[in-house]
Write a protein that binds this ligand. Sequence first.
Ligand SMILES: [Zn+2]
Length: 66
Amino acid sequence: MEEQHKRLQSGAELHRKEGSKFLKDYQIECEECDESSYVASYQEPVFCPICGRRAEAEEVQSMEKD
Ligand SMILES: [Zn+2]
């Protein structure tokens, strides 16, 4: 039983995922100033970084997978 426990310890800790703290890229399409911008943020942005008004942000799917 002791050997099994050791094996679990060495394997399980390796692939622990940091769920929420993940910098994501968002594309913001602003209807107020008619600009598109990209923002990297932990949360979904709700304001246009150019004019400061409310804007729609869409998560940009990253091309690379790990
Ligand atoms: Zn804007």
